[in-house]
Design a binder for this molecule. Structure first.
Ligand code: ATP
Length: 464
């Protein structure tokens, strides 16, 4: 790993609507100092992708809704910083990164850059801005056209933005860009094709193409993950050198905390379309506050076996972004969840599924047979965040609500006697019979807001 240069600034950006708003967006309430200028301000940004189930919808019985890839994100990107967007697959990092460049359209919210709201600009007005807002993709092999020589590939942004016509001036600028990314003597690369280059060289060409038109921001989406281990650190170091020499700002999209630790000034931890923790990298690593951040950090391989920590993330998988969990999206996986985190009907289903994996087969069959439709307990309508304060569970034909009620009470008692206790029951305020069904009632819940804590910001009810 390269040595991380001194951070240019980890103090808050100047207020963009009052100090509270600035603090909320930057993820820090650190001491005032030489405030870095805001390059981009994102306010309450959402990107939802419509789910279309064409044939069924035409019949009026289809499943509709939206994947909430980015869901109410606010942040300020400061000029000259490296901001990491970190999270598991599906957390919305790439979509947020693309939205910052206008490559993916926002559903709502704003992205202010250079006095304009990118979310409202038509494509023809976005196009000239792309010279200053560039993307570096994960796979350098796919990013380069195999039939295009390096001269043409790297010079392409200058041509499409009308900054240079083919000829000596364009060639000189291509040579300069290639030299800046460490490909020298650059002239020897001009007539080569991607197939003539190694993976690391291709990523350098991709970087040369990204910087040639004088950008301000590079959104780099897993720029080293497809590269050989031996060249990853060199590419990150090159990117840091380019930032210094060309006054660049980076958004670094990654699921790899180790590289984020060395590369980023600040990191935003994303979970299911939201930022759950944001702050200066050192602080987030030294004092992670959100249980999800802690779980991610615990999953980073520990080189020192004496300090080995559990590698697994908490139980369960990242939920479907088409209907995120009620309250805090992380609560179904959270080891320290409590009453107000947003328990709901599908958590009961997950609990029963876990139980049925553990009990003897005969007991599993007997218990499952009591439920009319155990696979759909608590399933919220597609496209909605669970909002129900209770969930009704119907008994199977031939069984009664009393039998179901007795079973659920027994499960609750068993779970409550166990260590560690099952957190689900902490959010259950009542289990009773209503009109031939069993109603499970839940404590009120809110979505946690990003609030300041220990120099960074965390969205977790534990820290309110
Ligand atoms: N064009 C699209 N149409 C529909 N759904 C999409 C689209 N792009 C992304 N999604 C969905 O949005 C959610 C967020 O995806 P995104 O790629 O932004 O996450 P990510 O954190 O970058 O994941 P990865 O590391 O796997 O790229 C996922 O549920 C994904 O399936």
């Amino acid at each position: 790993m390269p040595t991380k240069p001194e951070s240019p600034d980890t103090t808050p950006a100047p207020p963009a609507g009052g100090p509270d708003r600035a603090a909320a967006a930057t993820g820090t309430t650190g001491p005032a100092g030489a405030a870095a200028e805001a390059l981009i301000e994102v306010d309450d940004l959402s990107v939802h992708f419509a789910i279309r189930n064409g044939a069924l919808q035409r019949l009026g019985i289809g499943d509709s809704g939206a994947v909430r890839a980015v869901d109410g994100v606010s942040l300020t990107l400061r000029r000259g910083e490296v901001l990491g967007l970190v999270g598991e697959s599906g957390s919305g990092k790439t979509t947020l990164g693309r939205a910052l460049l206008g490559l993916t359209r926002a559903t709502s919210g704003s992205i202010r850059y250079d006095g304009q709201d990118l979310t409202r600009l038509p494509e023809r007005r976005l196009r000239p801005l792309r010279r200053r807002l560039q993307m570096v993709f994960q796979d350098p092999h796919a990013a380069l056209n195999p039939a295009m020589d390096i001269r043409t590939a790297v010079g392409h942004p200058l041509r499409i933005h009308g900054l240079a016509a083919p000829g000596p001036e364009l060639d000189a600028r291509v040579v300069d860009a290639l030299e800046r990314v460490g490909l020298s003597p650059a002239e020897q690369f001009l007539d080569k094709y991607p197939a003539d280059l190694s993976g690391g060289q291709k990523q350098r060409v991709v970087l040369a193409r990204a910087i040639i038109a004088g950008p301000e921001l590079l959104v780099a989406d897993e720029p080293i993950s497809m590269l050989d281990m031996s060249v990853r650190a060199k590419i990150l170091q090159l990117m840091l050198d380019l930032r210094r020499d060309l006054d660049l700002t980076y958004v670094y999209v990654t699921h790899d905390l180790a590289s984020a630790k060395y590369f980023c000034d600040r990191i935003a931890i994303m979970y299911l379309g939201r930022i759950v923790e944001i702050g200066p990298t050192e602080q987030v690593f030294a004092e992670p506050r959100h249980p999800y951040t802690r779980a991610l950090l615990a999953a980073v391989p520990e080189p020192d076996p004496a300090r080995a920590v559990p590698r697994d993330l908490p139980r369960g998988e990242i939920p479907d972004a088409a209907h995120p969990p009620r309250g805090c999206s992380f609560h179904p996986r959270c080891p320290v969840a409590f009453e107000r985190c947003g328990w709901e009907g599908r958590d009961l289903r997950a609990l029963l599924e876990r139980r049925w994996l553990q009990v003897p087969a005969e007991q599993y069959r007997a218990e499952r047979a009591l439920f009319a439709d155990p696979d759909r307990i608590g399933t919220p309508p597609r496209g909605t965040r669970g909002e129900e304060l209770s969930c009704d569970v119907a008994p199977a034909r031939g069984h009664t609500a009393e039998e179901l009620l007795a079973l659920l009470r027994r499960v609750r008692e068993e779970d409550s006697a166990r260590e560690p206790r099952e957190p689900f029951w902490r959010g259950v305020t009542g289990v009773r019979e209503v009109e031939g069904r069993v109603r499970v009632e839940f404590a009120p819940a809110e979505e946690p807001e990003l609030l300041p804590l220990a120099g960074h910001r965390t969205a977790c009810h534990l820290h309110r």
